[in-house]
Design a protein around this ligand. Sequence first.
Ligand code: TRP
Length: 345
Amino acid sequence: MARFKERVFSGVQPTGNLHLGNYLGAIKRFVELQEKYECIYCVVDLHAITVAQDPVELTHNIREVTAAFIACGIDPKKQIIFNQSQVQEHAELAWIFNCIARIGWLNRMTQFKEKAGKDRENASIGLYAYPVLMAADILAYRATHVPVGEDQKQHLELARDIAQKFNSDFSERIKALGHGETFFPMTEPLISGPATRVMSLRDGTKKMSKSDASDYSRINLTDVADEIAQKIRKARTDSEPLPSDEKALEVRAEADNLVGIYAALANKTKTAVLAQFAGAQFSKFKEELTALSVEKLGPIGSEMKRLMQDTKYIDSVLANGSARARAIAAPILKSVREIVGFVQS
Ligand code: TRP
């Protein structure tokens, strides 16, 4: 793998209501990774339209994810922040990968089954091919590391399967054209941290979600201090005090979730948080969690709102990022066309 330059790629869908789950499960990691890696962070608008979107809202949501990236601390000068639809190479490589990936592979994707539900015949072909586009996102840059949540692990395995099949289907050609043994890397997922999976504040067995009917189930990144405080106060818990041992959280989903959120926001382990709060009542712990959440999320929310007033600036970040992304992807796509055997000028 040493042959491939280390590069991080990840994407966030612009589908509205960015919440604590998006922050702790994804964006906070993106911020940390920029210390060590060259990073490309993409607002995946092509993925968003796999289900129907209102165009005006879509535009707003693309800008909002961009604002969140910047407000959370990703430096758009050092790293690349852009939206997927401005770099045509994604769609082109996705088509080529549609011809590499097998129907049988896609039929195993659990997220499609969940999202399509019972009415599978009526789902868009885009929703079905979604993971192929995701593979193209990553491999258009030959990215070596992808920070994602647990729920995206299967899609990442598919990206590796596609990379491997491309490498082996065209192995003679890849060698003959001087690319060495393999053209695409076997991308590694980066999954870690105490709260990669943030659960609903109303039900510790359900993921925190933008589409939950109750706004009390989630903390939105743009919530103000009062809203954060109220949501944490109303968060479901059991009646026991906090345990001293992480093992005891296994059967207490809501308690586990709140401890996980505290740990992630404080950059501590759950064990360290329990050492601090063992025996405390939830009323006390919730006060501390509120203070910490307001301290960490308050500035992000206000910076997002400030940035959203300046759409010119946001759009210029995306334009600049797209040009820089294209500069990396274009030569890779040129080689792919050559490997496949297309005539190009
Ligand atoms: N499917 C990812 C999600 O819903 C978003 C995504 C699209 C992505 N393309 C990607 C993540 C490439 C990582 C790499 O979270």
